[in-house]
Design a protein around this ligand. Structure first.
Ligand SMILES: Cc1cc2nc3c(=O)[nH]c(=O)nc-3n(C[C@H](O)[C@H](O)[C@H](O)COP(=O)(O)OP(=O)(O)OC[C@H]3O[C@@H](n4cnc5c(N)ncnc54)[C@H](O)[C@@H]3O)c2cc1C
Ligand code: FES
Length: 370
């Protein structure tokens, strides 16, 4: 059995490598000329140069498909229904599509290259997504590895988003980095301010976009953004709310808390924020202000790896955020709904723990920061 699985894995691996080699050869030698992309049965008919990925081709035409992983082929969110053209499914697309989606002719647009005429179908609401060159009005350091950016839209422009949604940011070339990449960042500010968006960016060591933001991006610079995207937003119900986040996962929670305060939503809510040590906390004062202004809201920061120094003064919770949630809310959590934001590992651990405590999976909403 083990031998069979190894053989299957080897064959699949060889398939992916061959596909990548063919792709590279195609990029170097092929000239596809102009092709037509028909969207939603003639609603739009584009004449575009062939040879680029479908996601990038559409982006050039200001049609923005959600792409949480920025085209790296890992999130599967850039699905587009291809009714005609496109050739066979690629090995890089297959793992990101369910059998039903494949039957429904869904394709992964960041992998599919436009080599000939295409007929595609996309949800009409995607035409509402816009792009701007925003001005970095303010860059604020929140702690040793996290900054907040305040991005101002061009004069007269506005953005309409649901608190919890994200924007895509395009980086510029810098230092030795010759590629421009797209990355997702959740909006942390209030949706009532439709002229600016704030985002919170945590440095990933050697990360292309976060190094650019932290070390190269200066106040006053123009930053290309598009949005809004995503399905992470507060659902209408009377259920108690449990927010659980780590690191920059605080961003969409903060935006939703602005909404709860501004709309005077009367639901009990607790925000469990997992951090290693005191130095990983930020926006603590903002959360304490929310506690004063939102009746029924509690902020619970939890430290999982505090230094001896921290332990002398820290009066809050200790332990992994999942343990703290279980300790503080284990008895009531099954009747509530949860909003999780952070690394894939943290989210998976939380979903396991929450369902283990009886919360149905349909009441758990999350954005994995892939
Ligand atoms: C819906 C959504 C919302 C997001 N919102 C935010 C947000 O509000 N704030 C924010 O800071 N980030 C957010 N992210 C993550 C963000 O999009 C980038 O992936 C992240 O900033 C890293 O980008 P980079 O180009 O610097 O790293 P890359 O150059 O892409 O990565 C460099 C290396 O680090 C690894 N890596 C990437 N991310 C992490 C990580 N988080 N931890 C450890 N290793 C990593 C990669 O696998 C790679 O090996 C969000 C992601 C999604 C999908
Ligand atoms: S953008 Fe993530 S898989 Fe295509």
């Amino acid at each position: 059995m083990g031998g069979l699985l190894t053989s299957i894995a080897v064959v699949a691996g060889v398939g992916v490598v061959l596909a990548l080699l063919l792709e590279a050869a195609g990029s170097l030698f092929a000239d596809y000329g102009d092709v037509s992309v028909d969207i939603n049965s003639g609603s739009r008919d584009l004449k575009v140069p062939g040879g680029n990925k479908l996601l990038a081709t559409l982006r050039e035409e200001k049609i923005f498909i959600p792409s949480a992983c920025g085209g790296r082929g890992s999130c599967g969110e850039c699905r587009v229904r291809v009714l005609d053209g496109g050739g066979p499914l690629l090995p890089t697309e297959a793992p990101l599509l369910t059998p039903e989606q494949r039957k429904d002719r869904m394709r992964i647009s960041c992998q599919l290259k436009v080599r000939g005429d295409l007929k595609i179908e996309i949800p009409e609401e995607l035409f509402l997504i816009n792009s701007w060159t925003a001005r970095l009005a303010r860059k604020t350091r929140l702690n040793y590895d996290t900054v907040e950016l305040r991005l101002e839209l061009p004069e007269g422009e506005t953005i309409k988003f649901k608190p919890g949604q994200y924007i895509q940011l395009k980086t510029a070339r810098y230092g030795k980095v010759k590629e421009e990449v797209f990355r997702a960042y959740s909006i942390s500010s209030s949706s009532r301010d439709n002229r600016t968006v704030e985002i919170i960016v945590r440095l990933v060591p050697d990360g292309i976009a976060t190094t650019w933001v932290h070390d190269y991006l200066e106040e006053g610079t123009g930053v290309e953004i598009s949005g809004p995207y995503g399905e992470f937003y507060l659902r209408e119900s009377q259920n108690e709310i449990f927010f659980i986040a780590g690191g920059s996962g605080l961003a969409p929670v903060k935006s939703i808390l602005h909404q709860i305060q501004e709309e005077k939503i009367e639901r009990k809510a607790t925000f469990f924020f997992g951090a290693l040590d005191l130095r990983d906390l930020f926006h603590v004062e903002t959360m304490r202000e929310f506690e004063k202004n939102i009746p029924g809201f509690t902020y619970v920061p939890a430290l999982s790896n505090p230094s001896e120094e921290t332990q002398k003064s820290w009066k809050g919770e200790y332990g992994l955020v999942t343990e703290v949630v279980a300790r503080r809310a284990g008895k009531v959590i099954k009747d509530g709904e949860a909003y999780l934001c952070g690394s894939p590992g943290m989210i998976d651990a939380c979903v396991k723990s929450l369902t283990g405590m009886g919360m149905p999976e349909e009441r758990i909403y999350y954005d994995k920061f892939v």
